[in-house]
Design a protein around this ligand. Structure first.
Ligand code: UDP
Length: 239
């Protein structure tokens, strides 16, 4: 039985890159993640995707580089659009699903502007929708628009892909042998325990709107299918 009808999947730019040889794109990584997403679609789930731009540029290095933060964030947002186009073409090559990239700012020669009701309409029609360009505003990362778009387009939950970690730990498992993996977690715990797996602004938005979140290891095959079947870490309000 499927637990969710409509999901937003949040990927980091590193999901399609190669951290070893530092290539911003990696063909094998792209093939893997597109296959995983197609498996979710084949279960009958409506899928929206948002991908970060960290494989290309992150605005938070602005101070180190002596450049303006807002401009650095613009460059980061453009990175998310490049990744979204790469993702669209990889998904298209592997499936017959219709795909739409919707950007937060005008990019009309290769993507359409995000309009909430139009995005909902595409999801209703079973298209894969990729949200690109974040919110179009600086000083945040893609975590916040991931939660925002999920709520706006009435997704039942958000799945947050993490590389090489099975979920949220009480401390860094690479440094602490006693690190404990949380099976379930209240939104508040992210904040009070200062768990930095996602931006706290995004967690607060999810909390306010009761959006369930699942953090999963994207290098574990079929992890998203397990979540759709009701297995895996669950972050929600337990109050
Ligand atoms: N960004 C932004 N506003 C947004 C979304 C993203 O300014 O609404 C910028 C920000 O500089 C961020 C970069 O785009 O660092 C790339 O996104 P992110 O860091 O979330 O990428 P990820 O770590 O998920 O690959």
């Amino acid at each position: 039985m499927i637990k969710y009808k409509r999901l937003l999947i949040k990927l980091s730019g590193e999901a399609i890159s190669n951290p070893v040889n530092k290539n911003i794109f990696d063909h094998q990584a792209l093939e893997y993640i597109t296959d995983e997403i197609i498996k979710v679609k084949e279960m009958g789930v409506q899928v929206a995707i948002i991908i970060g731009g960290g494989n290309i540029f992150r605005g938070n290095i602005a101070a180190r580089w002596g450049i303006e933060r807002a401009e650095a964030d613009n460059i980061g947002m453009l990175g998310t659009i490049i990744n979204s186009l790469m993702f669209r073409t990889a998904l298209k090559a592997k499936s017959a699903y219709k795909i739409r990239v919707m950007t937060a700012m005008r990019m009309e020669s290769f993507a359409e502007l995000y309009i909430r009701l139009r995005a909902i309409n595409y999801l209703d029609k079973d298209y894969i929708v990729i949200f690109a360009g974040g919110t179009g505003q600086p000083y945040i990362t893609t975590d916040y628009p991931a939660v925002q778009r999920a709520i706006e387009t009435k997704c039942d939950a958000i799945l947050v892909a993490k590389n090489g970690t099975n979920g949220v730990f009480s401390s860094d498992p690479k440094k602490d042998d006693n690190a404990m993996l949380y099976k379930t977690l209240a939104y508040e715990d992210f904040i009070t325990k200062n768990l930095n797996i996602m931006d706290h602004s995004a967690i607060l938005l999810a909390k306010e709107n009761g959006l369930p979140m699942h953090i999963f290891n994207f290098s574990q095959p079929a992890a998203m299918l397990d979540i759709c079947k009701g297995i895996n870490i669950d972050v929600k309000n337990f109050l």
